[in-house]
Design a protein around this ligand. Structure first.
Ligand SMILES: Cc1cc2nc3c(=O)[nH]c(=O)nc-3n(C[C@H](O)[C@H](O)[C@H](O)COP(=O)(O)OP(=O)(O)OC[C@H]3O[C@@H](n4cnc5c(N)ncnc54)[C@H](O)[C@@H]3O)c2cc1C
Length: 508
């Protein structure tokens, strides 16, 4: 019976960083992935002469390549260097509602504020006030990261007041408190569509941190899709001596009599380790464990949480260039109304969707004379028709794609349909099958008011209380996205390395 120091389950963004860091520290590590390739969401696929990015719209790395932010540092520490391309414009936002707009916002806080001032004269100072909050938020996050889970609430309240206030209010509360005009608010809140929670509900701290990261840095993309990032991480992991097994779905988590995790089962084989890191959502860990071994609080938490959003996506390869088609923008957010709550409620009637043209960021992303479009349509829990029969699925997804492509053509004033050479359509059912998440959730759980990032972080030790089992990924404390996957992977590895060191010292 071979024993590993650490087994990591799932080679998504979280699992890849966690396994690479643990292996780099010299621990015997096994990474188990159910697919025949790494990355989870962070991947690509090929149809005809097009390689489509499966998920990534833009990386939220702070700053340009000369600056080092937290995530870039995680990569650098692992010796992973992937070239990123940067896009000057943040997004084009089109609202077809009352007092709607069609605006292009540029990256850089000053540019962003100037753009807003042109559209909503008089908003400048108030929007500046909003961005000024981030300093205290960042300092608080540094303090919390340095605490290793032992956060003193009095220090937080005393020194990091803006942080605590933002963390306990929605984005809209903060904007209203600062007196930001409604139209400027609507444009600032455009990114809600990436998170699946409208601005009157999304935690202010969460949204503001993400917004600032995007605005401060330029949207960036790896040259060879996000699969390049995943492969680079596997490469680093293997250089550190780590073992990876593909086609290895973990079907069972193994426990000892004291309720501590001791290993997993994959392909019928029992594999043992001192520590296990799960990139797999807690619901699936519970489903793959003997119920009696899972603490009640852990089960209750997983049941109480609302699943986060999923997407329907349309990947299109076109036999004309973006210039020939008249497409000018990288990210275009199209909405039916200015208000993110209305966009959310009416999401089945074009409430809000995003269209990306990768050629704007990476001109030769597709073969000469061609271009690509990537539609993203938010789906919340229960939106996907439960009673849809297998034989009706194709018709359902084709109708969905046709509806959105036509709306895009009409809104932008371009013709797309006649030039489609390749098309692939994914729905929450695709995400559920590929990622094995309930309802195809791509971000784990919705970051609601009671279940926001700060609440999760403060309660981390108490809530993730299965001995020897650490979690990482979009479902963990930091919520959605590539950065959260990377950061929580790093956090999980650090926790496991510290625990293994402490246990080794105790044993001496
Ligand atoms: C269409 C789309 C667009 C997105 N756009 C963006 C964006 O622009 N910016 C951004 O930051 N984020 C974006 N995201 C979200 C981002 O991709 C995810 O939040 C992030 O990648 C999740 O990482 P993760 O670590 O949770 O792993 P996941 O990607 O969820 O991967 C988990 C891995 O575990 C494996 N696995 C599952 N169960 C088992 C098992 N039992 N045994 C073994 N292996 C298992 C899976 O096969 C998978 O490889 C997007 C997602 C999608 C789908």
């Amino acid at each position: 019976m071979e024993k590993y120091d650490v087994i990591v389950v799932g080679a998504g963004n979280g699992g890849l960083i966690a396994s690479a860091k643990v292996a780099q520290a010299g621990y015997k590590t096994l990474l188990l992935e159910k697919h025949n390739l790494p990355g989870g969401c962070a991947t690509s696929f090929v149809r005809g002469r097009f390689e489509f990015e499966a998920a990534l719209h833009e990386l939220c790395f702070n700053g340009t390549s000369d600056e080092v932010d937290g995530i870039r540092k995680i990569f650098q520490d692992l010796g992973v260097n992937v070239e990123l391309l940067y896009e000057d414009t943040l997004f084009r936002a089109i609202s077809k509602g009352k007092d709607g707009y069609d605006v292009v916002l540029h990256s850089g806080i000053d540019n962003f504020i100037e753009d807003l001032e042109k559209i909503v004269p008089g908003c400048k100072e108030k929007v500046q006030d909003l961005f000024d909050l981030i300093k205290n938020i960042n300092e608080a996050q540094d303090y919390m990261a340095a605490c290793g889970g032992k956060i003193n609430p009095f220090t937080l309240m005393g020194k990091y007041g803006d942080f605590v206030r933002c963390a306990s209010h929605s984005m809209e509360d903060i904007e209203r408190a600062l007196g930001i005009p409604e139209k400027a608010m609507a444009i600032i809140n455009t990114y809600w569509g990436y998170l699946g929670v409208p601005a009157d509900d999304i935690n202010g701290l969460h949204y503001l941190s993400m917004l600032t990261s995007y605005v401060k840095g330029k949207p960036s993309m790896p040259y060879n899709r996000s699969h390049e990032l995943s492969l680079a991480l596997v490469d680093a992991y293997q250089k550190f001596g780590g073992e990876i097994r593909y086609n290895s779905e973990v079907t069972k988590f193994l426990f000892d009599d004291n309720g501590a995790v001791v290993g997993v089962v994959a392909n019928g084989e029992e594999l043992y380790a001192k520590k296990v890191i799960s990139n797999v959502i807690p619901n699936n860990v519970i489903n793959r464990s003997e119920s009696i071994k899972i603490p009640t609080r852990f089960k209750q938490l997983a049941n109480a949480r609302k699943l986060g959003m999923s997407f329907a996506t349309i990947y299109i390869g076109l036999d004309k260039t973006m210039e020939e088609l008249g497409i000018k923008d990288y990210s275009t957010f199209i909405s039916i109304d200015n208000d993110s709550r209305v966009q959310f409620e009416k999401r089945k009637e074009f409430g809000m969707y995003v269209v990306n043209c990768l050629n704007k960021a990476i001109p030769n992303a597709t073969p000469k004379g061609t271009s690509t479009l990537f539609f993203t349509i938010p789906f919340m829990q229960g939106d996907f028709p439960e009673d849809l029969k297998a034989e009706e699925y194709k018709e359902y997804k084709n109708a969905l794609a046709e509806k959105y492509i036509k709306d895009y053509e009409q809104t932008i004033g371009v013709s797309v349909m006649p030039y489609i050479e390749e098309i692939a359509i994914a729905t929450p059912a695709t995400m559920a099958r590929y990622l094995s998440t309930p309802e195809g959730a791509i971000y784990g759980y919705q970051t609601e008011e009671w279940d926001n990032i700060i609440a999760r972080t403060v309660m981390e030790q108490a809530e993730y209380n299965i001995p020897n089992l650490q979690f990482c990924g979009g479902h963990y404390v930091r919520g959605d996205g590539y950065p959260s996957g990377y950061v929580t992977g790093d956090m999980a590895a650090t926790a496991v390395i510290n625990a293994l060191k402490a246990e080794a010292e105790e044993g001496e």
